[in-house]
Design a protein around this ligand. Structure first.
Ligand code: SF4
Length: 292
C-alpha cells in the first residue's frame, strides 16, 4: 500500500499532476487497473487509465519502417474532427495519460493546440504525450508548445547524418529537424517553461547501424531531457502488404551482436555526456511507426 502511494506520488510529481491526488476516483481506478493488470482476470472492472487517440493519419514523411509506407494503411487519409475528439475523450473519465498519436504527424492537425487546451481543461491531471517527426516545430509552434499541456514531446530522428536520415525518413531534412530542436530548447530556456520534456527517438535499423553514439552526442549537445532507443522488429505481414501500391520491403532487425555493441557504446557515451536517461524500448513494426 505504502509503495503504491509512493509510486503515485512520484508519478504526480514527475508530471506536475498533483491534482491527481485530489481525485480519489481517478486514483482508485488507477490502483484497480494496476491490480487487475497483474491478476489478469477474464473481465476487467477498471476503466482504461491511458489511451492513444489518432488526431490525423496524414503525414509529411514516408519513413521506410512505417506501416504507412508498407501499404498497411489502405483507408482514406484525414483528420479527427474536434467534435468527435470531444466525444471520444468523454468516454474515458479516469484518464491519467493520453497519447495524441497514431500513424500520422499530430502537428499537422489544424486544431492541435485547441485539442491540447481542451484536454487540459477537461482532464487537468492527465499527462499528454506526443510523438512528432519535428519538422513542423517552427518558431511559432515552439512558443505555443511551452507549458501548453503537452508533458512529453518525443521527436523521432533515427539517424545522425543527413544521408541516413534521407534514406530512412524519406521526404525530410535532418538539418531542419536539428534547427527546430535547437530553437525549441532555446525557447524553453528563455521562457523558463517546465514542459514539454523533450526526448529524441532512435529506432535501430540496419540503415542507421553505427550512428547511435553520434546521435547520443548530438542529443547531449541539444540539451534534451531523454532518449528513446528502440529496437525494431519487423513482422512478416505476408499477404497483408503483397501488391499494395507504395509497399516497401521491411528493414530487418539488426543482429544482436551489433545491437549489444551499440547499447554499450551509447551507455558509455551517456554517462560521459548526456544529461538525461536513455530509455531502452522494444518496438514492433507497428509501434515504431506509431512512435512517429
Ligand atoms: S514513422 Fe511517423 S513520421 Fe514516419 S511516415 Fe510514419 S507516421 Fe510519418
Amino acid at each position: 500500500m505504502l509503495r503504491s502511494i509512493l509510486t503515485y506520488y512520484a508519478k504526480a510529481r514527475e508530471n506536475d499532476a498533483f491534482g491527481l491526488l485530489l481525485r480519489p476516483k481517478v486514483l482508485a481506478n488507477l490502483r484497480r487497473f494496476d491490480q487487475e493488470s497483474k491478476a489478469r482476470p477474464l473481465t476487467m472492472t477498471s476503466a482504461p487509465p491511458g489511451i492513444e487517440i489518432e488526431l490525423t493519419n496524414r503525414c509529411n514523411l514516408a519513413c521506410v519502417q512505417c506501416l504507412r509506407s508498407r501499404g498497411l494503411k489502405p483507408y482514406a487519409l484525414g483528420d479527427l474532427s474536434f467534435e468527435n475528439y470531444q466525444r471520444i475523450l468523454a468516454q474515458f473519465p479516469y484518464l491519467t495519460h493520453l497519447g495524441l498519436n497514431g500513424f500520422g504527424e499530430p502537428l499537422l492537425h489544424n486544431r492541435f493546440f485547441d485539442v491540447v487546451a481542451y484536454t487540459r481543461r477537461e482532464k487537468p491531471s492527465c499527462k499528454i504525450t506526443i510523438y512528432s517527426n519535428g519538422l513542423l516545430i517552427d518558431a511559432d509552434r515552439a512558443a505555443r508548445l511551452m507549458d501548453c499541456g503537452v508533458k512529453d514531446l518525443n521527436i523521432s530522428i533515427d539517424a545522425a547524418i543527413p544521408l541516413t536520415y534521407q534514406r530512412v525518413r524519406r521526404g525530410g531534412r535532418l538539418q531542419v529537424v536539428h534547427e527546430n530542436i535547437r530553437r525549441l530548447m532555446q525557447v524553453r530556456r528563455d521562457t523558463r517553461a517546465r514542459f514539454p520534456r523533450v526526448g529524441l527517438n532512435f529506432v535501430m535499423l540496419n540503415e542507421n547501424e553505427g550512428e547511435l553514439v553520434p546521435f547520443v552526442e548530438q542529443a547531449a549537445d541539444f540539451g534534451v531531457d531523454f532518449i528513446n532507443c528502440i529496437s525494431y522488429a519487423s513482422y512478416d505481414w505476408g499477404s497483408a502488404t503483397a501488391g499494395r501500391p507504395g509497399a516497401t520491403a521491411a528493414s530487418s532487425m539488426p543482429p544482436q551482436r551489433a545491437w549489444r555493441s551499440w547499447a554499450c557504446g551509447a551507455s558509455r557515451s551517456r554517462r560521459r555526456i548526456c544529461p538525461g536517461p536513455i530509455r531502452g524500448t522494444a518496438s514492433t513494426a507497428a509501434s515504431s511507426g506509431a512512435r512517429v
